[in-house]
Design a protein around this ligand. Sequence first.
Ligand SMILES: Cc1cn([C@H]2C[C@H](O)[C@@H](COP(=O)(O)OP(=O)(O)O[C@H]3O[C@H](C)C(=O)[C@H](O)[C@H]3O)O2)c(=O)[nH]c1=O
Length: 181
Amino acid sequence: MKVRETALPGVLILEPRVFGDSRGFFIETFQTERYAELGITQPFVQDNHSRSARGVLRGLHFQRSRPQGKLVRVSRGCVFDVVLDINPDSPTCGQHASAILSDDNHLQMWVPPGYAHGFCVLSEIADFEYKCTDFYQPQDEGGVLWNDPALAIDWPVSDPKLSDKDRQNPTLQTLLASRHS
Ligand SMILES: Cc1cn([C@H]2C[C@H](O)[C@@H](COP(=O)(O)OP(=O)(O)O[C@H]3O[C@H](C)C(=O)[C@H](O)[C@H]3O)O2)c(=O)[nH]c1=O
C-alpha cells in the first residue's frame, strides 16, 4: 500500500494494492495489522454508506464530544474529499487537505478524530463508504460552512446541492468563538 502524508497532522491518503486480472480487480479495503502500522489503531465500530448525485456536497461535519475517526473511500463514481483542521490549539487550524477519491484510483482518506470532513460529487452518482471509530451521535454533531471564505477551499462545484442543515452551518470563526462563550 502507498501512503501519502498531508499538511494536516495524521491525515493520510492511502492507495491500497489493486490485484487486477482478466475478471476485474481485488482490493483489501481494510486490514487491522496493515493499517495499525500506519497508526490507524482505534477500533472501527460503524460502517456507513451514502449515495449522492452529481453536485451534492455533504459537510463539513464533525462530532463534538464523541469525535469519529473515518476511513473513507468511493466504491462508485468520483468525489472531491476535504478534511479541515478545526482544532484551535493546532498550528494548522483552519487549513485543509483534499483529494480526488474514485472507483478508478481506489484512494482512501484517513480522517483522524477531531477533524471536520466533507465531500462533493463529481460523477453522475457516487457511493461513499466509510468506517467510523465511534457511533453516530446526532445531538453531538457540528458543522462548518462549506464555502467559508476564510478557508479558501477550492471546491470544484459552484452551486452544490446541500442539506438544509449544511446550508446553515457556521463559519469556522463563528464556531470557535462559540466554544469560548
Ligand atoms: C451520519 C449518519 C446519518 N444518519 C441518518 C441521519 C439522517 O436521517 C440521514 C442523513 O444524515 P446526514 O444528512 O447527516 O448525512 P450526511 O450529510 O451524509 O452526513 C455525513 O456527512 C459527512 C460527509 C461526514 O463525514 C459524516 O460522516 C456525516 O456527517 O442519515 C444515521 O443514521 N447515521 C449516521 O451515522
